[in-house]
Design a protein around this ligand. Sequence first.
Ligand SMILES: [Zn+2]
Length: 529
Amino acid sequence: MRFAALFVFICLHSLSAFAVEFTVVLDPGHSPNKPGAISARGVPETKFNDRLAKEIARLLGSLDDVRVVLTRGPKEECGLRERLKRIHQADPDLVISVHHDSVQPHFLSGWEYQGKKLRYSDRFSGFSLFVPEKGYYAEISLMAARLLADHLIAGRQSFSTYHAMKIPGESRKWLDSKRGIFSGDFLYLSRNLKVPFVLLEAGVIVNRQEEKRLSDPAEVQRLAGLVSGAVAALRQRFENHRRKQPPQAPKPGDAGINHPKDIPASPVIRWESTQAGLEFALAPVYFHGRYVDRMVLVRADPERFRVGVHFSKEARSISDWQKRLGAPVVINSSFYQNDPLAPTTPILSGGKPLGPEKYRSSHGAFLAEPIKKGKKRFVLRDYNRELVKLEGSGYREAVVSYPMLLDGGGKVRAKPNPKWRADRSFIAVDRQGRIILGTTEGGFFSLHRLGRFLKAIAGLGLERALNLDGGPPACLCVRTKNLEYLALGRYESNDSAGREIFFWGPVEVVWPLPGVIALYPREPDEKEP
Ligand SMILES: [Zn+2]
């Protein structure tokens, strides 16, 4: 499937500076009519929550490219459903719910403060963090919570183990017992939010000492400083991994091999428009808390972009293809053979069929540019052990490939083979009929894992996705007025007899490609056929 003799060593990653805005929703817990806990001195929790959230908002708001949204104002009522709605409307990169803690009633004793009979418990103190344990954003939420805990601990805040106590109403599950982080899946927001989420219990306000501390404006400012510092650090980490640090090669026997069923995650995907109808995104991929891969994505509007499939007897690097075709986006095509260079799956290039004449497929084909009016411009067709007849398909450009990473029924059709990992490239169509081209740069994904990741990845909305090729041939080149990006496949490894064998190592290789898929802007007067 992948043969070549020519290696050219270069290193080229260029990307103009785009500022991707980072949105944080701060969610002050409870509301005036349902104020949550009552402190040892009789102050409702909402007062504490509002004060701390306001201060965090002020500090975060002063950072460049950070947008802060509050779910409610101090005097505003807001139920959980409404909160959920407002949060999703803000489309945040991170949500922090701000709370202050109490304890189960049987721990409370009575005392009198300023003539009022009140209840307190000095037994427990410290912060606690709750994050979703399940769902796509569990991984990113836990990353955020760990950073938050590290900042709080470095700022001499201690965490509480209270919620882990084996008593009714508690017995919460530790997700990180060294950092005060619990599973939050008993919470409505944790279960229902489709964005990264952390709930912070900043401290125990039924504890008389801690209440005093948390009422002190200097302490509120300090706490807010620690929280906003952690948010800034999280954003910086994402940006570094998005822009600067390419992923490392996968290591033999790492978490990717040891946890074959787990799905990695990326932060919320932020598309950048590079020209009308064409968007670009870089998504760092995390697995078990580690940065393992980076996905490069291009999305094009069928009304503004057309597809060209090309094959040449003379193999060229992806950037040479780009220059020759003058197309703003070029990605490797499907599999091919050497001697002579020929596609091993059928393709259509400008209406001309290439590759095997007889081909039975149980996977799929990408079809573009319909000959007759009224057909969708981009289609991913699924085959069921059928003979492929591209000439009669009604389209001018087509590529047959395998496996189907994600089919129309939401099924991942790649076979589980966790030890075969490589840089990957794929073509997909989303529910709005747009084409999405993607490649990975870290060699972390098996095909099965890539399919499950593409299915799970929130906000991508893929209808179908088809694998193209893997290893060094997985290349993508984007060249527009304000954006240049060259993603070159480097890694392919397979575990044989318990050992991971690298077919291609961590060297920059520019693979000569005989076939590519290109995106071209449509002429302004180009009508639907
Ligand atoms: Zn609360």
